[in-house]
Design a protein around this ligand. Structure first.
Ligand SMILES: Nc1nc2c(ncn2[C@@H]2O[C@H](COP(=O)(O)OP(=O)(O)OP(=O)(O)O)[C@@H](O)[C@H]2O)c(=O)[nH]1
Ligand SMILES: [Mg+2]
Length: 160
């Protein structure tokens, strides 16, 4: 079992300016319900650190978690939730893009993709956007356990 990160919930920020200073930060991004908060909990080896939900659109703020050295992990609000209004979607976009472009300590963004359904057009759009802004990222597949075991290798190759 890999060592868990000693993460403490620090704050929920409405905007990037409200986040604490940090020597190095990793952001967790992805569609609503893809499993961002679940990944934060998995990294911490804790089940209730970041709130997870069956209802998409649960995380609306920039939720910040800190390690003892002060490094931070930010659970970003999800994108692509069909039931939010166009105004809310535009606000999400502004806030998230501002965060990704201006947050100085940001060293890497984890872009989560649903390992069961594969990358959607919104995931590809996000990938293109990250590349066009020269932002470091890693793609992380979630929900791999939901893929039939006989298809897992193929699915992993398709995602890669
Ligand atoms: N089977 C399975 N379920 C998962 C996995 N990751 C997340 N889930 C479930 O998917 C649902 C959404 O997970 P969350 O972690 O809340 O997703 P989120 O990306 O934080 O969602 P928003 O905050 O709404 O954007 C929850 O019911 C989780 O238990 C996984 O790897 N496998
Ligand atoms: Mg969440």
């Amino acid at each position: 079992m890999p060592t868990a990160l000693d993460l403490t919930f620090t704050c929920s920020a409405a905007d990037v300016d409200q986040l604490p200073p940090s020597p190095a930060e990793v952001a967790v991004a992805g569609r609503s319900n893809v499993g961002k908060s679940t990944v934060v909990n998995a990294l911490a080896g804790a089940s209730k650190l970041a709130r997870t939900s069956k209802t998409p659109g649960r995380t609306q703020l920039l939720n910040c978690f800190t390690t003892p050295s002060g490094a931070t992990l930010v659970d970003l609000p999800g994108f692509g939730y069909a039931k939010v209004s166009a105004t809310e979607r535009a606000a999400w976009r502004r806030r998230t893009e501002r965060y990704l472009v201006t947050r100085e300590p940001l060293v890497c963004t984890l872009l989560l993709v649903d390992g069961e359904v594969g990358p959607t057009s919104l995931d590809r759009e996000m990938l293109t956007w990250l590349r066009s802004h020269d932002l470091a990222f890693r793609v992380v597949a979630t929900k791999h356990d939901k893929v039939r075991s006989s298809r897992r290798d193929r699915r992993r190759r398709e995602l890669a």
